[in-house]
Design a binder for this molecule. Structure first.
Ligand SMILES: NC(=O)C1=CN([C@@H]2O[C@H](COP(=O)(O)OP(=O)(O)OC[C@H]3O[C@@H](n4cnc5c(N)ncnc54)[C@H](O)[C@@H]3O)[C@@H](O)[C@H]2O)C=CC1
Ligand SMILES: O=C(O)/C=C/C=C(\O)C(=O)O
Length: 491
């Protein structure tokens, strides 16, 4: 039996519902799970742990809301979605404070960039849908036109490292496409997605258009992907979970988009802007390295390698590791003790396998104790695990190359292909190397430049499909070809 709830818990001085949001109502579950803060390991509260029953209610609410939402058309939906975006924007301070306590990301970056991007994700796709033009052409006496139609209920499953931003990256296009959605937020940082439901409610989104089912991945997440009422699965998370979801999607023939992990290269040629390249290399420690796109394999041309390593070591010495709520902090904590043990395991095995620790490698005992020092390894044996597996922590490796071909070979020597970054002053080389590296996004002399109209996603093990701009609608919509005999109508 589903029970309505009005409970709130206080996170960073903000009242947050710990319950699901289903059909416009807050619904509790008998079962709960405990969420603690990476900032100081304090307990933030008990959150409703949904399962098959809650998921079924949420999918049914979404199915019920779908026909009216779809019938509004892009312009009608954009009215609601713009209001939704405005409300998110008006609550940036609260959202940033809650996100920081939930996942340890820097408060300043949440306030200045990440929460605004969450609002922009909604606004951008509402506008994109209004301007989305299916193609029309004529061939052999038949006129063809391509239409983007809503596909039904989308299941959206997201990770903890940027929960609100990555959730709105999916909610925006899915709703703009005319779908209704069921979101399964990450259990380690579920609170900003709960606040997202408050924003939707305040914006007047009709009941059932956006539903949130909180819970553990293997329970709520699995029940959601297995539900027969869903027509799309958009997942961001680890390769392991992607593999599980992919099998369920294959079994049910439901299109699934997968944005997965990475082990991206950052390639620095001797002719590059040295200072900018060092700054960018050090920037890979942002969010304590818990960034899917991070260029964690630093590849530097031999002739500048010693100077680069020295400059990185010096710059790393200036990184302020600590409380993510403080303005002076550069790097905050890892998400949980479980995750920290995993990161420590990678570091220990790297040492055992013969890699040389240049700096870092230890836990810094402060606040709750989840603060791991920015770490760099060099002289890493080719077979070492640290060159192959995603650590998702502040741990980088440093390797050198002598010629361009070797740099390309090393950059591509990974099962992942999410992103790559190249620093060079030579435009021809930039183009050559850029197109020889297999990755969803290749940045040249910049990092994390994001335009939401560009395709975003991973090659190889880093994912399946692309989202962003038209690509989001290619995924979330049913694409229909209407073909009629030209001149066959009398009126
Ligand atoms: N390519 C991209 O855009 C991004 C990828 N990531 C990747 O995400 C990973 C870190 O996030 P985590 O939360 O640890 O990943 P995860 O795969 O453990 O969990 C992601 C989400 O999937 C849910 N889940 C877990 N098992 C499930 C199941 N059997 N069925 C359905 N849902 C399930 C979880 O509850 C969570 O909401 C890293 O590998 C990182 O690289 C993170 C951010 C962006
Ligand atoms: O810009 C995007 O759409 C994705 C960004 C990914 C992250 O912010 C992350 O993994 O931290």
């Amino acid at each position: 039996m589903l029970t309505r709830s009005t409970d709130k818990i206080i996170v960073a001085n903000v009242p947050v519902s710990p319950d699901h949001y289903i059909g416009g109502q807050r619904i509790s579950s008998e079962k709960t799970f405990t969420v603690s803060s990476p900032v100081d390991e304090s307990i933030l509260g008990e959150v409703a742990a949904g399962g098959a029953e809650e998921v079924d209610a949420a999918v049914n609410a979404a199915l019920k809301a779908h026909p009216k939402w779809a019938a509004l058309g892009p312009k009608g939906r954009a009215v609601y979605l713009r209001r939704f975006a405005d409300i998110i924007e008006s609550r940036v301070e609260e959202l940033a404070a809650v996100e920081t306590m939930s996942n340890g990301s820097l408060l300043e970056s949440g306030r200045k960039r990440v929460m605004k991007r969450a609002a922009y994700n909604i606004r951008f796709f509402a506008e994109w849908a209004e301007n989305l033009k299916g193609k029309t052409w004529e061939s052999n006496g038949t006129q063809y036109s391509v239409q983007y139609q809503p596909s039904g209920v989308a299941a959206l499953i997201t990770p903890w490292n940027a929960p609100l931003m990555l959730t709105t990256w999916k909610v925006g296009p899915a709703l703009a496409a005319g779908n209704t959605v069921v979101v399964k937020p990450p259990e380690w940082a579920p609170f900003t997605c709960s606040l997202l439901a408050d924003c939707a409610e305040e914006a007047g989104l009709p009941a059932g258009v956006l539903n949130i089912v909180q819970g553990i991945g293997e329970e709520a997440g699995a029940a959601l992907t297995e539900h027969p009422g869903i027509s799309r699965i958009s997942f961001t998370g680890s390769v392991e979970t992607g593999r599980i979801i992919g099998k369920v999607a294959a079994d049910r023939i439901v299109p699934a988009s997968m944005e997965l992990g990475g082990k991206s290269p950052l390639v620095v040629f001797a002719d590059s802007d040295f200072e900018a390249a060092v700054r960018t290399a050090i920037g890979q420690y942002d969010n304590a390295g818990q960034v899917c796109l991070a260029g964690t394999r630093i590849l530097v041309e031999q002739s500048i390698a010693d100077r680069f390593l020295e400059a990185m070591t010096e710059a790393a010495g200036r990184i302020v590791l600590g409380d993510p709520r403080k303005e002076e902090t550069d790097v905050g904590p890892l998400i949980t003790r479980e995750h920290m043990n995993k990161v420590e395991g990678f570091v220990e095995r790297a040492k055992e396998q013969g890699a040389r620790l240049v700096y870092g490698g230890n836990v810094s005992e402060q606040l709750g104790g989840l603060y791991f020092e920015p770490t760099l390894f060099t002289d890493v044996p080719e077979h070492a695990e640290i060159l192959k597996e995603e650590v998702f922590g502040p741990v980088l490796t440093f390797q050198t190359f002598s010629i361009e071909e070797e740099a390309i070979q090393m950059a591509n020597n990974t099962e992942y292909g999410l992103a790559a970054t190249i620093f060079t002053g030579n435009e021809d080389r930039a183009k050559r190397v850029g197109s020889a590296i297999t990755a969803g996004t290749v940045w040249i002399n910049t990092f994390f430049a994001r335009d939401l109209s560009a395709p975003f996603g991973g090659s190889k093990k880093s994912g399946i499909g692309r989202e962003g701009g038209d690509w989001s609608f290619d995924f979330f919509c049913d694409i229909v070809t209407l073909a009629h005999k030209t001149d066959s109508f009398s009126s």
